[in-house]
Design a protein around this ligand. Structure first.
Ligand code: MGP
Length: 197
């Protein structure tokens, strides 16, 4: 058990622990996008919502446990965890010159585990190039579920390759993963892979 100075009883300790949240290095926000019942003619992003911003490990666990698990998502929906102040859109200045690494998942348990591992790596700032990372999106789809790690400077191949390698290590996967540029996605629906690791 973590020792809390100044506490003499368990009750006092619990009280102090609830008063002293373990602050994360950065503030993060959970978002969701439920596109399962799209409105006719609605623009992309019209169902995208910011849900909660948090700054402590306690709030993270509470939000994750109660809501932000892919198993709770209906088909055609996404959860996002992005740095506070960055919107999960190509149009956001932090994402505008960026791209994403994508991992495909063929089974729901694997998706759940990879999502949690990625969330913990982000809020725990496990990537050397942490500032390069905008956030992560989990997408539940009929064809195949996926997780995409969004980064800032797509053209910086060395940085993206390093992030891709580290992500695979965190997820403990050996299959190849690929990186696409948002700029390419804006131009055409099926985007080519720019980097593979
Ligand atoms: P996508 O991210 O390439 O794939 O977006 P998704 O949502 O996994 O696709 P699905 O078929 O599996 O559902 C698909 C389309 O959504 C793009 O071609 C765009 O038309 C639109 N879109 C997606 N994103 C992330 C953005 C965005 O950030 N901004 C805008 N304007 N449109 C987007």
């Amino acid at each position: 058990m973590v020792e809390v100075s100044g506490a003499e009883t368990v009750e006092e300790m619990k009280e102090i622990q609830t008063q002293q949240p373990n602050l994360l290095e950065n503030e993060w926000a959970f978002w969701f996008d439920n596109q399962s019942k799209p409105k006719v003619g609605a623009a992309w992003g019209s169902s995208l919502r910011k849900a909660f911003t948090f700054h402590s490990i306690q709030d993270f666990w509470c939000l994750y446990d109660r809501v932000f698990k892919p198993s709770k998502l209906p088909e055609k929906s996404d959860f996002h965890l992005f740095r506070a102040g960055v919107e999960p859109k190509w149009e956001d200045p932090a994402c505008a010159n960026g791209g994403k690494w994508t991992v495909i998942s063929s089974n729901k348990d694997g998706l759940e585990t990879m999502w949690l591992e990625t969330l913990m790596a982000l809020i725990g700032e496990q990537f050397e190039e942490a500032e390069e990372i905008c956030g992560v999106v989990v997408s539940v789809r009929q064809r195949q579920d996926k997780i995409a790690l969004w980064t800032r400077n797509a053209a910086n191949e060395a940085v993206q390759m390093s992030i891709g390698r580290k992500w695979k290590e965190i997820l403990d996967i050996t299959d190849k993963i690929s990186y696409s540029f948002h700029d390419d996605s804006k131009r055409e629906r099926s985007t080519k892979s720019r980097y593979v690791v």
